[in-house]
Design a protein around this ligand. Structure first.
Ligand SMILES: [Zn+2]
Length: 139
């Protein structure tokens, strides 16, 4: 893959420097067969340093969930070599099984099969709370 150009795929840009692996793990990119390029510490006019991930394939995942990890990233969708869409992920209203509730008294610590679900409770503050015990999530 020429890392400068992908024909059909996704470019995740403006990732905070050092966060690319977190997104890589989150999207489970290690399970893909297609080419994936991670560019670390690229120079950015806006941020100083940034990470970039290029995926040479369309992913069937909700990229808005990335808004929880880093709402300032830019997602570029490339089709036939042309950027057809560019957007920032929205903070998802609920996130499931991305973070775990750390409250030892929470029902999720005894009921292992329960999904870990957090709800957005304050958009300005990026605040999520466990739907069972209302503990605040820590990123
Ligand atoms: Zn909880």
């Amino acid at each position: 893959m020429n890392i400068d150009s992908i024909n059909n795929g996704i470019v995740i840009d403006h990732i905070k420097a050092g966060q690319a692996m977190k997104i890589y793990d989150f999207l489970e990119l290690d399970k893909l067969d297609c080419a994936v390029a991670i560019i670390k510490n690229a120079t950015s006019n806006k941020q100083g340093k940034k990470d970039i991930i290029k995926i040479d394939s369309q992913l069937d995942v909700d990229l808005n969930a990335l808004g929880y990890i880093d709402p300032s990233i830019t997602i570029n969708i490339i089709v036939d070599g042309v950027r057809v869409k560019k957007y920032h992920p929205e903070l998802p209203l609920t996130i499931t099984n991305i973070i775990r509730c750390k409250n030892p008294r929470c029902i999720t610590s005894t009921e292992q099969e329960l999904p870990h679900v957090f709800k957005l409770t304050n958009r300005e503050k990026d605040e999520y709370r466990c739907i069972y015990c209302e503990s605040r999530a820590s990123i």
